[in-house]
Design a protein around this ligand. Structure first.
Ligand code: FES
Length: 100
């Protein structure tokens, strides 16, 4: 059995009813790799380095970021949350993820 380790900081997000989303969003801008905060007032991830903005699913709203944010699987297992690589089609585009 192979093991994968995710070492990049990853946002865990919840739905409006408070349920944990089954995907996490990597805190790593696809422009030049800066980390970024969530702006709750504008409901966007906003990269402070060069101004890229992403929606809550990590889709680019404004560049220079060229690609959506990477995703990871998020599963609750007992009292732990397991984060694992997302290698299936990107649910936002229906296509093979750019990071695979
Ligand atoms: S690194 Fe995020 S916009 Fe440049």
């Amino acid at each position: 059995m192979s093991k994968f380790y995710i070492t990049e900081p990853t946002y865990l997000t919840v739905t409006e009813d408070g349920t944990l989303n089954p995907w996490g969003i990597f805190d790593n801008c696809t422009h030049l790799g800066c980390t970024f905060p969530w702006n709750n007032n504008e409901a966007q991830f906003q990269c402070p380095c060069h101004g890229s903005r992403y929606d809550a699913k990590g889709v680019v709203l404004r560049g220079p970021a060229p690609l959506p944010l990477k995703l990871a699987h998020v599963n609750v297992e007992g009292e732990y949350i397991r984060i694992s690589p997302w290698t299936e089609n990107d649910p936002r585009t229906g296509e093979k993820p750019w990071w695979v």
